[in-house]
Design a protein around this ligand. Structure first.
Ligand SMILES: [Zn+2]
Length: 191
């Protein structure tokens, strides 16, 4: 372990698989576990309809679903259309603003956001982020390139955004393996 990764770990908290950039709140983990498990189920249906194997949902503070969206890169032929970006676009249209800060929104995602979506979330005003499968597993299983993202837990914390990761990852890992085993498309630019 390098000095930097040690420093990174000491600033986060960890219980079991779950890591966070705040002191872990078990109620939040429990709620996120239920929502993300549901999203993993939904993902299989979305994939049947031509979507990519990632789903994001935005909820308000009262637990109301604002939007649920899947990756539509192939379906809509747009490399920006990751699940998180689609969900943000729909939510901003719904609220009629580019700044979601005052709505105290939470985003739940089946997998850790990529470099683009980390940026998208950061500029949207979403306050809390919860994800299932960590990037390393996504890349190992699928071959997708999730980009580089140094110390984003800390960068989000500095901007007042809470992150919880590795929530029920085994469910998402199984779903991604199914995607690959069913011969579904791994879309990315050729290098
Ligand atoms: Zn993304």
């Amino acid at each position: 372990m390098t000095f930097l990764s040690k420093l990174f770990l000491t600033k986060n908290s960890k219980i079991g698989n779950v890591i966070s950039n705040e002191k872990i709140d078990k109620t939040k983990v429990e709620i996120a576990g239920k929502i993300i498990a549901e999203l993993q189920q939904d993902m299989q249906d979305f994939v049947e309809n031509g979507s990519g194997p990632f789903v994001a949902a935005i909820y308000d503070d009262m637990g109301n679903l604002i939007v649920k969206s899947a990756n539509s890169v192939v379906k809509e032929q747009c490399s920006n259309n990751h699940a998180e970006m689609n969900a943000i676009k729909i939510a901003e249209k719904k609220f009629g603003t580019y700044d979601l800060s005052s709505f105290n929104l939470k985003m739940y995602i089946t997998a850790e956001p990529c470099i683009m979506c980390i940026g998208g979330i950061m500029w949207s005003g979403i306050k809390e982020v919860y994800y299932g499968v960590p990037t390393k597993s996504v890349e190992n299983i699928t071959g997708f390139d999730e980009g580089f993202k140094p110390n984003w837990f800390k960068e989000f914390k500095d901007r007042g955004i809470t992150v919880y990761g590795n929530i029920e990852p085994h469910i998402g890992i199984k779903a991604l393996r199914n995607y690959v085993n069913n011969g579904k498309k791994i879309y990315k630019p050729s290098r």
